[in-house]
Design a protein around this ligand. Structure first.
Ligand SMILES: Nc1ncnc2c1ncn2[C@@H]1O[C@H](COP(=O)(O)OP(=O)(O)OP(=O)(O)O)[C@@H](O)[C@H]1O
Length: 356
């Protein structure tokens, strides 16, 4: 559906997108993950035709973004990081306006506005002024304008930034539902977010593609951490001595015991080394049965930090000077007050709010 080839965006000497190539298949939810300044918004802005690339091509369903911009824009619904909302319009007025801009036919418009509001769960607030909505509801209106006209491809730039945890869960559910009928690309710098929502994750850093895979494969692809967790029955000293005799073990940490006579250990070895069989046979020999043993795998968060740090370590100091400070994790916005806390409502709005 989307093919991005050798995309480059330069701002003066600074390279924001660095020879990026990837494809997105129809019906996929692709998570575009990277620290602040990685080049996510720039790439999305290029795909949507909002800004031009310095080099490279982007095609959507075979149509080139630059050669056939109208055709491509018709296929894309875009929720930018800061959705362009009109605060003095009600939700219904605004969505009617968006439908007109997107050239939704008169015969379809009324029903589509209602459907889109249903899909984003904003129908009860339809007659409320946008300026009186909480951040979470504004984001839903942004999502509603993106899906208006039912474009094949929906692009969402940091769709949950500034939302409280409840709103985040709701927006994620909405996004998952979108994939039933749309291809979705969403950007985030939160690993948990993309792994919860997306079926493919693409990690970029300093404008370069670092890794692309399914969330469940990423962990396996990066290998185990080189550690196992072990639960063994027997004499503690015997177990410790036996573990100590295994060559490839680097460290042994005793964990709090959960059962009388059963001891838990966290054992580390070199990355990508599998010591499970060595441990198994050693424990058999010492007559201290293993009750449980499992590899400690990297979390997606660990993988993200690992791949972006590795890349960071490989760049030159000159490039490093140009680096943007990475800031992982973002606190919810204070602005995310509940609807009940909204003030200055019109009578009609108050009645709408009461329906919730
Ligand atoms: N108009 C511009 N002029 C100069 N530099 C820019 C411009 N827009 C973006 N950049 C730079 O390009 C790089 C990529 O920015 P971009 O906004 O695409 O990153 P991002 O991954 O979306 O980050 P964030 O998560 O903070 O939104 C950054 O170093 C940024 O400072």
């Amino acid at each position: 559906m989307i093919e991005v080839k050798n995309l480059v965006k330069r701002y003066g000497n600074h390279i924001a997108v660095d020879h990026l190539s990837f494809t997105v298949e129809k019906g996929q939810i692709l998570g575009f993950l990277g620290p602040n300044g990685a080049g996510k918004s720039t790439t999305m802005n290029i795909i949507t035709g909002y800004i031009s690339a310095t080099e490279g091509t982007v095609t959507v369903n075979g149509h080139d973004v630059y050669e056939e911009p109208e055709e491509v824009k018709r296929m894309i619904g875009y929720l930018p990081e800061f959705p362009p909302l009109y605060p003095d319009m009600t939700i219904r007025e605004y969505l009617n306006f968006v439908a007109d801009i997107k050239k939704v036919s008169k015969s379809e418009k009324k029903q589509m506005v209602e459907e889109v509001m249903e899909a984003t769960m904003i129908t009860p607030m339809a007659n409320r002024l946008i300026k009186h909505l909480s951040k979470g509801y504004k984001q839903r209106v942004g999502l509603a304008q993106a899906i208006m006209g039912y474009p094949e491809l929906i692009i969402l730039d940091e769709p949950t930034v500034g939302l409280d945890p409840k709103q985040i869960i709701e927006i994620r559910e909405l996004i998952k539902n979108l994939s039933k009928n749309h291809t979705v690309i969403l950007s985030s710098h939160i690993m948990q977010e993309v792994s919860a929502v997306c079926d493919t994750i693409m990690i970029i850093d300093k404008g370069k593609l670092i890794l692309q895979d399914k969330p469940e494969n990423l962990s396996a692809r990066m290998g185990a951490t080189g550690g196992i967790r072990l639960s063994v029955k027997g004499d503690k000293e015997t177990i410790r001595n036996t573990l100590g005799s295994i060559d490839r073990i680097l460290s042994i940490e005793e964990l709090p015991a959960v059962e009388e006579g059963v001891y838990e250990f966290s054992i580390s070895c070199n990355e990508n080394e599998d010591i499970r069989e060595d441990v198994f046979y050693a424990m058999c020999k010492s007559n201290t049965p293993i009750l449980e043993m499992k590899s400690i795998r990297m979390s997606l968060e660990d993988i993200f930090l690992k791949v972006t740090n590795n890349y960071e370590n490989s760049i030159t100091s000159e490039e490093n000077d140009k680096m943007i400070e990475s800031e992982m994790g973002e606190a919810p916005d204070e602005n995310s007050a509940s609807e009940a806390e909204q003030v200055n409502m019109t009578e009609e709005e108050k009645s709408d709010a009461g329906d919730l």
